[in-house]
Design a protein around this ligand. Structure first.
Ligand SMILES: *Cc1c(COP(=O)(O)O)cnc(C)c1O
Length: 393
């Protein structure tokens, strides 16, 4: 049931279910299946299962259902399906919908695994994929035709934080009858207005901000009741990408503090970006919250913030970036993002290592680029840490 509550209330209560014991905390239904009171009920449930009627955890589970209803209520979609990882969500959103001969237009700046699904998996089954510069509305206009079944993009690209104009792309896609599928991980469910701006399907890796404490892999596909129930569910139920009840419980607990965490992280990210922008050892800062950023106005209109991640280029290329990473004491060197703990990543040698030098250059992944996922530590401590580390370069 969708409520009219504001975000923070939804994050705590939306979709809650209670057993006959009236437990306060969300219960973990750690069970693969459900016993039917009689054979007739079993038969009936396989024909059509109603609300609060479950069959098998690969199809659905009460704890997972709470998470799905909470995130759908937050995102403003009719329904959602929770998945084992963010990649299971991206794969499920696309593969459940497409068949041989269909055409997809995608932004070219994508997380490596998303690129693999579009470039290697879908094309292997006869789906035609056209890649465009996500920030160039004319390129979308030229590539989308009445034959296009879906468009796909990351609303904020990893790691350069380039923003796709959701409203602009959706307008072109809808004029041609194509479904708009938006990977919204960097925008977070808190700063997202994707559905309002025209996205039909919103996909998250719940591993990132939703868990927010680096504990569990998970994902979710949000969309209309028709799309989720008739297209996504049959595919996901039978191919086995469901979220586990234990993970759903972790994600439900993460959601209670999601708004507070994302806002605190974005506030610190803005301060850190402003500090770095003025530092002589930093070549450039890629943070859309900065007034000088070419997409500042779009970022403000679309998200109201520059987000929780700051990317920047250190002078001295790879050596400079490595020395800075090694000299910082608070941020861990790792590759998750949206975690309570700040994380520094060197994309050129880790997450984007497999790209050729030419591909890296085209994607803006310079040797000195660091992706800094700002955590929940004190912003002053993080800036002091950056200052002492930069002084060592
Ligand atoms: C991390 C990430 C994914 C994949 O999520 P997993 O939970 O790691 O499978 C997909 N898209 C984007 C933009 C991501 O950052």
């Amino acid at each position: 049931m969708m409520t009219n509550w504001k975000t923070r209330t939804k994050l705590v209560h939306e979709g809650s279910r209670r057993s006959q014991y009236g437990e306060m905390a969300e219960a973990i239904f750690l069970t693969q299946g459900f016993a039917y009171p009689d054979a007739e009920t079993a038969e009936q449930r396989f024909i059509r299962s109603g609300e609060d009627e479950f069959i098998y955890a690969r199809y659905g589970n009460p704890t997972t259902r709470m998470f799905e209803e909470r995130i759908a209520g937050l995102e403003g979609t009719e329904d959602a399906f929770a998945t084992a990882s963010g990649m299971a969500a991206v794969n499920g959103a696309l593969t459940s919908l497409l068949k041989a001969g269909d055409h997809v237009v995608s932004a070219s700046a994508l997380f490596g695994s998303c690129l693999y699904i579009l470039e290697d998996v879908l094309t292997r089954y006869g789906v035609k994929v056209t890649f465009v510069d996500g920030g160039d509305l004319q390129a979308w206009e030229a590539a989308i035709t009445p034959e296009t079944k879906a468009v796909f993009f990351e609303s904020m690209a990893n790691p350069t934080l380039d923003i796709v104009d959701i409203k602009g792309v959706a307008e072109i896609a809808h004029r041609n009858g194509a479904l708009v599928i938006c990977d919204n991980v960097f925008a977070t469910p808190i700063f997202s207005r994707a559905v309002e701006l025209g996205a039909d399907v919103v996909v998250y890796s719940a591993t990132k901000h939703i868990d927010g404490q680096g504990r569990a892999l998970g994902g979710v596909i949000c969309g209309t009741a028709d799309y989720i129930q008739k297209i996504v569910q049959p595919y996901m139920k039978h191919t086995g990408g469901a979220m586990s009840p234990f993970t759903s419980w972790i994600m439900l607990n993460g959601m209670a503090t999601l708004d507070l965490r994302c806002r605190a992280m974005a506030d610190s990210a803005q301060k850190i970006a402003e500090y770095l922008e003025a530092h002589e050892k930093i070549e450039k800062v890629l943070y859309p919250g900065l007034k000088a950023h070419p997409q500042h106005d779009l970022a403000m209109a679309q998200m109201g913030t520059g987000g929780t991640i700051v990317s920047f280029v250190v002078r001295g290329g790879k050596e400079g970036a490595f020395r800075l990473q090694n000299a910082m004491e608070i941020p861990k060197i790792s590759n998750n993002l949206g975690d309570a703990k700040s994380i520094s990543t060197h994309p050129a040698t880790t997450t984007h290592q497999r790209l050729t030098d030419a591909q890296k250059a085209a994607a803006g992944i310079e040797p000195g680029l660091i992706r800094f996922s700002v955590g929940l530590e004190d912003a002053g401590d993080l800036i002091a840490d950056l200052e002492q580390a930069l002084a060592q370069l």
